[in-house]
Design a protein around this ligand. Structure first.
Ligand code: NOJ
Ligand code: CA
Length: 555
């Protein structure tokens, strides 16, 4: 009679030492999603700006690379003060990017290759040129007045609060026509919408349906922490310096009210076939806050991006381990989302490179993300070792209709490097941004021919993720390397399908003695990938080369 409670206690005890229970899996739980900045991927009509047909032309490239989905940053009509993140029409394609028919064609061609497409949905704000805002600002009693956030404050010189915007200055802009202030967490030309207004909410959800009906497989949601503000709009007693970092204050971000919006949005997705997904730009200050973004009942954002990992800029094994362990053990077993590069982040080849070993370090950081459990985001050109263009090289480029505004993120948005021809094959016109000077060496054309290139390394890693059971389905096994310069971990699909990953983040050779593998140490007789080349690891004690990567498995 005592056996049952005893077994129950033992089961409970062992559960505490294992990774959290795995939730049911979906395509996106182990997907590689490739971010495309459409202005810079491929120009198909020689106007110097990339476009949707340019993406369609390269679907075979993406298939060969091995990605499961692409996320395209905004391609909707926009005054382009924030390059598409200021949307003036959510349900059309900007003329420089093509037409809705081009979108439909892109989706159909991508489907044939089993590639899904995520639309970037800018949910927190519109452009000030959006007809909704034009109406809203036209009079205090306009039916769309409440679709945005208007307050009187103390008159034209005295804003309602002294909250500071992420792009500098206060979050309020005075509007002379109706003599009130409107709220914007980003540029004054990006007024925040009012998600508490039911009509606005319905209009936004219609946008969701529009793109799902047009074949989108989900959305990358922009700026999700900022949807709803503290209704009391309290004054900030400890205001950040104007122009300084402003985000993630309890009154402007991560509000409990956001959850209901995201649940409702997710509910719409769940009524569509094919498991559409929400990928969230959900910066959080802590891992506990990140856990909440998935929703209490896993019914909100399936893939919140882990910025605690993505914002790391120091090549440091111990920090990487800490963040990956946190994502594995403090997110309740949900799917972590790892990335380094993006249209907002300087490219990882430049960030982590030491100027001498950049290519080897690019392979190291690629292995770090692409061998993890979860969803991995790649940024176009990362697979080539594209660099961030230095600001000094960008400055002399004149601003013109193709480059409406200089942006301190231009450096990571330079044209994709396809080949060694003029403009790296990106455009036969004048590219909107110059091509990075390293394109003769780092291009698809050159790197495809070289089995030791960064591109070949990426394709092999992607293949490993698809073909090897430990990397495809395996859980994460935390290990100790006994050396602060080396991050070692395992992936385990079953007792005889185990893999070992060892990463040296230092410029010196390192010795390690790896411990922590549950049960007896499995023999890793198969060296799957290594850079530089290395012998098969025969035991728990091994040597690893400067910035070395070693991936081995039991089969
Ligand atoms: C986040 C986007 O990634 C960034 O590029 C943009 O400037 C802001 N949100 C505002 O939409
Ligand atoms: Ca074009």
């Amino acid at each position: 009679m005592l056996m049952k409670p005893l077994i129950f206690c033992l089961a409970l005890l062992s559960a505490c030492f294992l990774a959290p229970a795995q939730l049911p899996t979906h395509w996106y739980d182990h997907a590689v999603i490739y971010e495309i900045y459409p202005r810079s991927f491929q120009d198909s009509n020689s106007d110097g700006v990339g476009d949707l047909n340019g993406i369609t032309a390269h679907l075979d490239y993406l298939k060969d690379l091995g990605v499961d989905a692409i996320w395209i940053t905004p391609f909707f009509p926009s005054p382009n003060l924030d390059f598409g993140y200021d949307v003036s029409n959510y349900t059309d394609v900007a003329p420089e990017y093509g037409t809705l028919a081009d979108w439909d064609h892109l989706v159909a061609e991508a489907r044939k290759r089993n590639i899904r497409i995520l639309v970037d949905f800018v949910v927190n704000h519109t452009s000030d040129q959006h007809p909704w805002f034009k109406e809203s600002r036209s009079s205090r009693d306009n039916p769309k007045r409440d679709w945005y956030i208007w307050k009187s404050g103390g008159g034209p010189k005295d804003p309602p609060t002294h909250w500071t915007s992420i792009f500098g200055g206060y979050t309020w802009t005075w509007d002379q026509t109706t003599e009130q202030w409107y709220y914007h967490i980003f540029l004054p030309q990006q007024p925040d919408v009012n998600w508490t207004n039911p009509d606005l909410r319905k209009a936004m959800f219609d946008v969701v349906r529009f793109w799902l009906d047009h074949g989108a497989s989900g959305f990358r949601l922009d700026a999700t922490p900022y949807l709803i503000e503290d209704p009391a709009f309290p004054e900030d007693l400890d205001p950040p310096a104007p122009g300084g970092p402003a985000a993630l204050k309890p009154y402007n971000s991560g509000r409990p009210e956001n959850h209901q919006v995201l649940r409702e949005m997710r509910h719409i997705l769940d009524t569509y076939p094919g498991d559409p997904v929400l990928l969230g730009e959900s910066s959080t200050a802590t891992i506990e806050d990140l856990a909440k973004v998935y929703g209490k009942n896993h019914d909100e954002i399936q893939l919140p991006m882990d910025f605690l990992f993505g914002n790391l800029t120091k090549l440091d094994a111990a920090t990487f381990k800490k963040q990956i362990d946190a994502a594995e053990f403090q997110l309740g077993g949900q799917t972590p989302v790892f990335f380094f590069s993006s249209h907002d982040h300087p490219r990882q080849w430049s960030v982590f490179g030491d100027g001498t070993h950049n290519d080897q370090i690019a392979k190291l950081t690629a292995a770090l993300t692409l061998t993890q459990r979860g969803c991995i985001l790649l940024y176009y050109g990362e697979e080539l070792g594209m660099a961030t263009m230095p600001a000094a090289d960008l400055k002399p480029v004149p601003l013109g209709p193709k480059r409406p505004r200089a942006d301190d993120r231009d450096g990571e948005r330079t044209p994709m490097q396809w080949n060694t021809k003029v403009n790296a094959g990106f455009s036969e016109g004048t590219p909107w941004l110059p091509v990075e000077s390293n394109f003769k060496r780092y291009s698809v054309e050159m790197e495809k021919k070289n089995p030791a290139s960064i591109y070949s390394w990426y394709t092999n890693l992607l293949k490993l993720r698809h073909d090897n059971a430990a990397f495809r389905d395996g859980s994460y096994v935390p290990l100790e390397s006994g050396n602060p310069n080396v991050f070692a971990f395992g992936r385990k699909a079953s007792d005889n399908e185990v893999a070992l990953v060892v990463l040296n983040t230092s410029p010196a050779p390192q010795s390690v003695h790896i411990t922590g593998m549950p049960g007896t140490w499995p023999g890793f007789q198969h060296l799957l990938m290594a850079s530089p080349l290395a012998p098969v690891p025969l035991g728990q004690t091994l040597k690893i080369a400067p910035y070395g990567v070693l991936i081995a498995a039991t089969k």
